[in-house]
Ligand binder design. Structure first.
Ligand code: HEC
Length: 137
């Protein structure tokens, strides 16, 4: 009897976490085509690219994400587990397409090498602290 109750509780917990996964998946991440996810960053780990990406970040991204990339005014931190878990290809897709309805512009006007440099820079950042107490939209 005890085991079957444990089993039920486990099942209920499992379905709750499955449901929250579905919610999380309504994000831009779920829109990225499989082929894009697997694209590799030709500039990965290259110090010159990281330095160039840092300048591009200051110029284009810091006003929303903060110069420490920790997020501002409901704009997400880019030093999160979530960004760390995203593939380079997924980030490249987001920079090309944006997430317009949620306020992330498209960066397709930047040449593709610059977008990869930005991603190399993001990868060079350490994970940030606990999420700031700002509400996400
Ligand atoms: C006008 C404000 C704004 C600017 C400028 C901006 N972003 Fe964003 N960014 C956002 C918002 C808002 C989101 C959340 C989008 C969403 O949840 O779909 C976001 C999301 C992201 C994400 C995904 C984070 C996550 O957890 O899903 C990345 C990566 C990102 N931005 C990188 C950049 C980079 C790199 C630049 C500069 C080239 C940039 N952003 C410029 C507003 C901005």
């Amino acid at each position: 009897m005890r085991t079957s109750r444990t089993l039920w509780i486990a099942l209920i917990l499992l379905s709750i976490s499955a449901a929250s996964l579905v919610v999380a998946d309504s994000s831009w991440l779920s829109k990225v085509p499989q082929a894009d996810r697997q694209r590799a960053n030709p500039y990965a780990d290259q110090p010159e690219a990281i330095a160039a990406g840092k300048l591009l970040f200051e110029e284009n991204c810091a006003k929303c994400h903060g110069s420490d990339a920790e997020g501002r005014h409901g704009r997400p931190s880019l030093r999160s587990e979530r960004v760390a878990r995203a593939t380079d290809g997924e980030l490249a897709w987001l920079l090309r397409n944006g997430s317009l309805r949620k306020g992330m512009p498209t960066w397709s006007s930047l040449p593709e090498p610059e977008r990869w440099q930005l991603i190399a820079f993001l990868r060079s950042l350490p994970l940030g602290g606990p999420p700031a107490a700002v509400s996400r939209p």
